[in-house]
Design a protein around this ligand. Structure first.
Ligand code: ATR
Length: 277
């Protein structure tokens, strides 16, 4: 019988993870069966437990359960501890549940490898200070950014996130107070869901700079459309999705799948370009 994995979320019907992991399994010759589990909002732990007792070997976790998954894990990686959120669970033979968070490393690999934008020494502006933002701060710092400024509609949340990374070049503030020059702007807000572009204040992007939206969509988000209008190179989060999945697959199977051809098939033609330029 194939080893079983699943993505847990609510909603989860539109998750692309089953197709991505099926492609990885084909490519690496691994025998896995990867499904979707719609967990009740008040029943995440019970749903995971039932899956595990039924022979499940691991899981991905998406909204709104990433924090609960962190609490459920009996041990976790440093990056999951830093994020206080888990997107990957591995059920070990001794009954332990290992939690990891592969979102940040997925973002880092997409930016550096797929988009060819170096992070070492980069000045990074991150918009948003919710779960999506918290999940990627440590891997960005570990990639060697010169500075990471977190700006949020509610400034106190950005300041609190920065305070959790004391000693690292991370600062926090309001959207309105953004100023300075950046090599990379990452939209980690959920504003794109409402077709809104968060303000970037008086931020200036260097020529050749990249604007990255962690959400993915068929058409560029309002944030990316504005960025392209200003001359920026733009990318959505489909590459981060593929790369975080590859890292989860590696954690479970000990084999790292290639991502380039899968991503080429999923990415929109405008990804990584300057619109109309
Ligand atoms: P997630 O886990 O997706 O990050 P979240 O924790 O609810 O979800 O955080 C959503 C983020 O998007 C927050 O940073 C939020 O700002 P506030 O903390 O001020 O609420 C931000 N956000 C949502 N809609 C926004 C909008 N229209 N403009 C700017 N920021 C927005």
């Amino acid at each position: 019988m194939s080893d079983r994995y699943a993505v847990f979320g609510n909603p989860v019907a539109h998750s692309r993870s089953p197709a991505i992991h099926a492609a990885f399994a084909r490519e690496t010759g691994q025998d896995i069966d990867y499904g979707r589990v719609l967990a009740p909002l008040d029943g995440f732990a019970a749903a995971v437990d039932a899956f595990r007792r039924d022979g499940g070997r691991g899981a991905n976790v998406t909204l709104p359960f990433k924090r609960e998954a962190w609490q459920l894990a009996t041990a976790c990686s440093a990056r999951a501890a830093s994020a206080e959120a888990v997107n990957t669970l591995r059920f070990d033979a001794d009954g332990g549940i290992f939690g990891d968070n592969t979102d940040g490393v997925g973002l880092v690999r997409d930016i550096e490898v797929n988009l060819g934008q170096p992070l070492a020494g980069a000045r990074v502006l991150m918009l948003g200070a919710g779960g999506a933002a918290a999940g990627v701060v440590l891997p960005l710092v570990e990639a060697g950014v010169r500075l990471l400024h977190v700006a949020n509609r509610t400034a106190a949340r950005a300041e609190a996130l920065a305070a959790r990374h004391a000693g690292a070049p991370v600062s926090g503030g309001s959207l309105a107070a953004i100023d300075g020059e950046f090599d990379l702007v990452v939209n980690a807000t959920s504003a794109s869901l409402g077709a809104e572009a968060p303000s970037i204040g008086r931020a200036r992007l260097v020529p050749g700079g990249l604007c990255y939206d962690m959400m993915y969509s068929a058409e560029p988000s309002a944030f990316l459309v504005e960025a392209a209008r200003g001359g920026a190179r733009i990318a959505d989060g489909i590459g981060m999705l593929v790369e975080q999945a590859a890292e989860s697959f590696f954690l479970w199977r000990g084999v790292r799948p290639g991502t380039a051809s899968l991503l080429a098939g999923l990415a929109q033609p405008w990804r990584g370009s300057r619109l109309g330029r």
